[in-house]
Design a protein around this ligand. Structure first.
Ligand SMILES: [Zn+2]
Length: 335
């Protein structure tokens, strides 16, 4: 009796963790030795991933995905040492333990993807923990300037500015600075390693989830849509996304389709809503509030018909914010 009850719970848990949004993915436990095959993701629920000290998945001969408390980073093994791409706030100790679990080589550098402390804030803690070693801090001039202008003081200061290409101990990375939606300075890195291309592109796609609130609090929703199109057009095999699971083109495709639907339903709402019907009272704010809320509510209802079933909790938290942020970005530009 008890066994069958637990078996049922197990089956339900499996169902909830393997419900893919797009594409046919294979879910296996994280492995620091076996290279993840195409469309292979790391098994386990978001809750399990959050409470484990760390998980390591090998992506190619020298490139590893490390996940700590719902944040993901990339580690690259060079000829003599290890390079980390990002060091999220609150993960530093676990990241150092994770690196030790798959290599004896020392950490020698950290690259910043963008000037958000939640993704790079523990670089200072890592520098302090490895006080005997010089840890180089790499970033584009754009990221360094954003850290200064936003007064982001938690991360360690940048010591080396990187350009369009960036060499590290036998590896040459392509630095892509044309991702401007999440933040102006957001930088993706393309890493080619023994026949595999890994892209480190942060806060753009949450594999196996709807996107976070307001598409991860985009600074510019239209630029974000363009970022997703750019991600689709680039040539790569597997993505380190910053959160959730490993990402593939099928995950990006899902977001691209979702954004297209948001925009289509906003256009349908605009075609239907009549400004004159909201032209009441003395405040122009109230006319626009009535009119724009009608459009946003219409588009949100259409999105619910298509996307809510099976992910009601998530949809009800984030979907309205997706429609709203995209609506205002489109409205301002008459798109
Ligand atoms: Zn961010």
């Amino acid at each position: 009796m008890t066994t069958s009850k637990y078996a049922l719970f197990g089956a339900l848990a499996m169902l909830s963790t393997t419900t893919a949004l797009a594409g046919d993915f294979i879910y296996k436990p994280a492995s620091a030795t076996e290279i993840a095959a195409h469309h292979q993701k790391v098994a386990g629920s978001h809750r399990e991933r959050f409470v484990k000290p760390y998980e390591v998945q090998r992506l190619s001969q020298n490139v590893y995905w490390i996940s700590v408390a719902n944040y993901n980073v990339t580690a690259v093994i060079g000829q003599h040492s290890v390079l980390l791409i990002d060091a999220p706030h609150g993960t530093g100790k676990q990241l150092l333990a994770a690196i030790k679990s798959f290599t004896d080589k020392p950490l020698s550098g950290i690259v910043y993807s963008h000037a958000h402390a939640d993704h790079v804030g523990d670089s200072r803690l890592i520098q302090t923990a490895l006080a005997d070693t010089h840890i180089e801090i790499y970033a584009t001039a754009e990221v360094r300037d954003a850290l200064h202008s936003h007064k982001v003081t938690a991360p360690a200061p940048v010591t080396q500015i990187i350009g369009d290409t960036f060499k590290f101990e036998g590896h040459t990375f392509k630095t892509l600075s044309n991702f401007n939606g999440h933040t102006q300075d957001n930088t993706a890195l393309l890493i080619q390693d023994q026949g595999r291309t890994i892209i480190h592109a942060i806060d753009l796609v949450h594999p196996d989830q709807l996107e976070f609130r307001s598409f991860s609090n985009v600074e510019d929703a239209i630029a974000y849509k363009n970022d997703i199109d750019t991600l689709m057009a680039l040539d790569w095999d597997v993505m380190v996304t910053g959160h959730s699971n490993l990402g593939y083109k099928a995950d990006v495709q899902f977001v691209q389709d979702y954004i297209r639907d948001v925009q289509t339903f906003i256009h349908a709402g605009l075609a239907k809503a009549q400004f004159a019907e909201h032209f009441k009272g003395e405040s122009p704010f109230s006319w626009y509030a009535g009119y724009t809320n009608e459009v946003i509510d219409f588009a949100h209802a259409k999105m619910a018909e298509k996307y809510r079933a099976g992910r009601e909790e998530e949809f009800d938290i984030v979907a309205k914010s997706h429609v709203r942020v995209m609506f205002w970005a489109m409205f301002a530009r008459a798109l």
